[in-house]
Design a protein around this ligand. Structure first.
Ligand code: ATP
Ligand code: MG
Length: 572
């Protein structure tokens, strides 16, 4: 670690408390000036944007201070875990733009953890308890009253050793007995009241197979794994704050046992979880949504998962900008989904290709435009980029425009298509609406207009001021498309706190709208999922993975403006 970096970092006033602590440790020369972090997901589900908050701090601190960040799968519960999740987690981290130094698994340490547990038993610091989970819970006491000792607490060491061995041979059934650390049944911190450190799980493990039947609990695996790997800063969320003394206790015991007197020790630090309005973030609830087909898989664009957001067209940069915006603190908060969306908009404005698409088409006929004439008009892909490429769009006598861009009897301030009024067709001519045709039931069939041939951009008449500009596609030169519009997945701000309701009942029935009768310009054939597009005047879109050459499908990433926030305020 260079002194220059520490000085630079300190000079910046706005360091969050985690970075500040890391810089202080470096200044004090702790851990030989090393910074090592880890991201420790349990492979029991897909990553969501909350995980991205943890990933962002773990990886960026290591990057910034020339350190190491490892990916460690916390695979201590084989029942819920699977390789499918391991692979998905890796893909999502890479997509976010982060690179791990090594991949480890908590299961890499099962033997070391077992040996350490045996040592604790030998030292009289752990014992086998044959009570049921309920009995153990009933003896725990409350934060203000001490717990009661288990009748097995003082059993002979030899007995515990032999039973512990049996816990791993298959002779002991699940729930029949557990290994508990013998610490302090009266401690004010409930986690010290003889915590369970091993239990029996008879389930095939995706890496260690059937070798183990006894599995360590989180508290007995996490800190020690950090220690074995050389983690210096073990960053996690606030709910682990109360576990920190136990984390330190086991590390002290482990150092003693390994007879390691070095100064090195990992330090646990906790920050506030990310909670977002109008969604749920618990893996259990997300899994329920998937398993009960309430959404279409983990990567449904309405899901708060990384793969869902990716499919929806969010960029990794917009997610990281959002995370930097909300920051890392010690206070729990509920963050507004609209804030995430505005970060997405801001980023996509810089990178999206501007194109034309009509989602609810009505035919516009330019009656004074020659019948077989086709012009190739130039469109700038991205006006925000001075070096932007351009592409051509065909213009002809018959176009599609949006149905709600026409009104027969319009109020005064309607600046779109209405008889007698002039509007500009984007990148093309100024036209004047001359009327429309309706069927017998009064349904609008076609709209008519006349164009002024002198008003194409670059021509003398082009500078004439008109108030409205409409987008369009040429009906003989466009492609049909399906467009999927997404809205909030839940109808209430915080589906987690509606205690008397099942969260399934709070799902927004209008969270997905599929438009099957859209038209897009031909240029859109060339794009693939993950490319960022702006359908002019409508919003940001990306091709969906269901898109095929003969059936284009697009997802709406986000609208151009925060119409949702406004509507919501009006309703209140
Ligand atoms: P579960 O829902 O099964 O309890 P989890 O959300 O805690 O799981 P893990 O795989 O254990 O998921 O999490 C890996 C890391 O991500 C942990 O360090 C955890 O603190 C962090 N993390 C999880 N959810 C959030 C969140 N909403 N905000 C910030 N960090 C989170
Ligand atoms: Mg967890």
């Amino acid at each position: 670690m260079t002194d220059k970096k520490i000085t630079e970092a300190t000079e910046k006033k706005s360091l969050n408390f985690i970075e500040q602590a890391i810089v202080n440790d470096l200044k004090e020369g702790k851990n030989d000036g090393r910074v090592q972090t880890r991201f420790p997901p349990e492979p029991n589900g897909y990553l969501h944007i909350g995980h991205a908050k943890a990933i962002n701090i773990d990886f960026s601190m290591a990057e910034k201070y020339d350190g190491v960040c490892n990916l460690r799968f916390d695979d201590t519960n084989p029942v819920k875990e699977d390789v499918e999740y391991v692979d998905a987690i890796k893909e999502d981290i890479e997509w976010l733009g982060f690179h791990w130094d090594n991949i480890y698994y908590a299961s890499d340490y099962f033997q070391q953890l077992w040996d350490f547990a045996v040592e604790l038993i030998k030292d009289g610091k752990a014992y086998i308890d044959e009570q049921s989970a309920e009995e153990i819970a009933a003896q725990k006491g409350t934060p203000t009253t001490p717990g009661k000792d288990s009748p097995y607490r003082n059993r002979p060491v030899e007995e515990s050793l032999s039973l512990f061995a049996k816990m791993n041979t298959g002779e002991v059934e699940e729930g029949e007995m557990v290994l508990r650390a013998k610490i302090d049944m009266a401690n004010a911190n409930m986690h010290f009241r003889d915590p369970i450190i091993y239990r029996v799980i008879k389930h095939h493990h995706h890496r260690t197979g059937d070798h183990w039947k006894a599995y360590p609990m989180y508290d007995f695996a996490h800190g020690q794994s950090d220690y074995f790997e050389g983690v210096t800063h073990s960053i996690c969320t606030l709910e682990f704050e109360v576990h920190r003394p136990l984390y330190n206790y086991f590390i002290d015991e482990l150092k003693d046992h390994l007879d390691e007197n070095c100064d090195y020790r990992p330090r646990q630090m906790e920050f506030n979880r990310l909670n977002l309005t109008y969604t749920v973030m618990s893996k259990r609830k997300l899994l329920t949504l998937v398993q009960e087909d309430l959404v279409h898989g983990w990567d449904d664009p309405r899901m708060p998962t990384i793969c869902g957001f990716r499919r929806r067209g969010y960029s990794p940069e917009s997610i990281k900008n959002f995370l930097d915006l909300i920051g890392y603190t010690k206070y729990e908060a509920l963050n507004d989904f609209s804030l995430l969306e505005s970060a997405v908009r801001e980023d996509l404005n810089k990178r999206a290709t501007r194109v034309s698409a009509v989602l609810d088409p009505i035919k516009l006929i330019i009656t004074n435009y020659p019948e077989h004439k086709v012009e190739e008009l130039e469109c700038i892909d991205n006006p925000e980029d001075p070096n932007s490429p351009v592409h051509n769009i065909e213009f002809s006598r018959e176009l599609w425009i949006e149905r709600d861009d026409f009104m027969e009897d319009a109020p005064k301030k309607y600046f779109r298509m209405t008889p007698g009024q002039e509007v500009r067709l984007k990148s093309a001519y100024i036209v004047k609406c001359t009327g429309c045709k309706k069927d017998e039931e009064g349904n609008l069939m076609e709209v008519y207009c006349e164009y002024d041939a002198d008003t194409l951009s670059g021509m003398p008449g082009a500078s004439r001021k008109v108030k409205g500009t409409l987008h369009w596609v040429s009906s003989n030169h466009c492609l049909p498309a399906e467009v999927r519009l997404y809205d909030r997945l839940f109808t209430v701000e915080n589906p987690n706190t509606e205690d008397n309701k099942d969260f399934r009942e709070l799902i927004n029935p209008d969270s997905l709208t599929v438009l099957t009768n859209c038209y897009v310009e031909k240029y859109l054939q060339n794009f693939k999922p993950g490319d960022h597009l702006q359908f002019q005047r409508i919003g940001y879109f990306t091709p969906d993975k269901d898109s095929a050459t003969d059936k284009l499908v697009f997802n709406r990433t986000v609208g151009l403006r925060d119409s949702w926030g406004k509507i919501n305020k009006q309703n209140k």
